[in-house]
Ligand binder design. Structure first.
Ligand code: PHE
Length: 357
């Protein structure tokens, strides 16, 4: 009697089921498919071998083989179902992480878009230097009456000194009574008036802000620009205190190799008055286009408070004395960053602005 080709069918079935169980990924399952349920499987080989059997035997063996094939197919399909579910779960997990990445990217792009402009950043640095020296930061209006911008500062109507400030007038009230402030000095008047009212002398304040002059913009001037004003009102204040503050500030802000110098000047609201200059940082004093070949750049003016100003705001000049200074914030930014032409500050060219982020 010949051994049936199906003698070991149940052993084959068991080993096929074990192989199916061992498969852990869909890719592996696809790769194994021909060997387990396809043309290369042992079951296909057995199917072919049935051709050598007698018809009766073939029928019985065929049915037996068919049954095993059905069980293997079923187990294979079930395994595929499990592995597909697993793959879907893994894909969902991966998607969730992808989504997280997308959110982070979307947030990052707009945040990178802006930073304080160079003038605003310079103003903050200047405030920091003066706060470290014991000053308080104060604020004042940009639209002023003639009294604050001129008269209280000892510049009466029609005084020739008014020509020092080419003024923009605001079309409000009587002609030429309301101005865009031409300097930050009117804020001195506000501070002293308030301190007198509140009995809050002494004053050690700096007042940064925007000012306007009917000037044609050039390498060193803008029609809308920024100043920082300083005001000290205290007992026994002397010119040496003013010079000391200017020198200390210059070294603190520009570095030890940049010096300051005071040159006699005239302002109606200070006496004596001086112009405050620093070494030109673009040529380091050699002389260049920006400093008109002088080696020095004028930052602003300063001086001892004029008795007429103290009187205008009601400060007792026998008890109190003081000094004031005022200089350009844009000019400081220009000198600190060696910007040859100040108009670059308002051109809004991002290639220029990005350098100061
Ligand atoms: N306000 C003056 C100007 O803008 C500068 C200055 C301020 C001078 C304080 C003296 C004292 O020209």
């Amino acid at each position: 009697m010949t051994t049936s080709p199906l003698a070991e069918l149940s052993a084959h079935a068991a080993s096929l089921l074990a192989r199916i169980d061992e498969v852990t990924t869909l890719a592996e399952l696809t790769q194994q498919e021909p060997h387990i349920v396809g043309k290369r499987s042992i079951l296909s080989a057995l199917q072919k071998s049935l051709g050598g059997l007698a018809p009766e035997e073939r029928k019985a063996a065929g049915a037996q083989l068919q049954e095993v094939r059905r069980r293997i197919d079923e187990a294979f399909a079930a395994r595929r179902g499990v592995l597909e579910a697993l793959a879907r779960a893994q894909a969902l997990e991966a998607d969730r992480l992808d989504l997280g990445d997308v959110v982070v990217t979307q947030v990052r792009v707009p945040l990178a878009a802006g930073h304080p402009g160079i003038v605003a950043a310079t103003q903050r640095q200047l405030e920091d230097v003066f706060v470290a020296m014991g000053f308080v930061v104060a604020d004042g209006p940009e639209v002023e009456s003639d009294w604050y911008n001129f008269e209280a500062l000892n510049i009466p109507p029609a005084h020739p000194a008014r020509g020092m400030w080419d003024t923009f007038y605001v079309d409000l009230g009587e002609p030429e009574t309301v101005v865009l402030r031409t300097h930050t000095s009117p804020t001195q008047i506000h501070l002293m008036e308030r301190a007198v009212l509140e009995g809050a002398l002494p004053i050690h304040s700096v007042m940064p802000g925007r000012c306007y002059r009917r000037d044609t913009p050039d390498a060193r001037h803008l029609a809308a620009f920024h100043q920082i004003e300083g005001l000290v009102v205290d007992r026994g204040i002397a010119f040496a205190d003013l010079a000391g503050v200017i020198e200390t500030f210059t070294h603190a802000y520009f570095g030890p190799d940049i010096s300051s110098r005071l040159r006699p000047a005239y302002f109606p609201f200070t006496e004596p008055s001086a112009e405050f200059e620093i070494t030109c940082t673009i040529c380091r004093g050699q002389g260049c286009r920006t400093c008109s070949q002088t080696g020095w750049i004028e930052l602003g003016g300063c001086g001892m408070l004029d008795p007429a100003v103290l009187e205008a705001v009601g400060v007792d000049g026998d008890e109190w004395s003081g000094f004031a200074f005022g200089f350009g914030i844009d000019r400081c930014a220009q000198m600190r960053h060696q910007i040859a032409d100040m108009r670059a500050l308002i051109d809004n060219d991002v290639r220029f602005l990005r350098q100061f982020s």
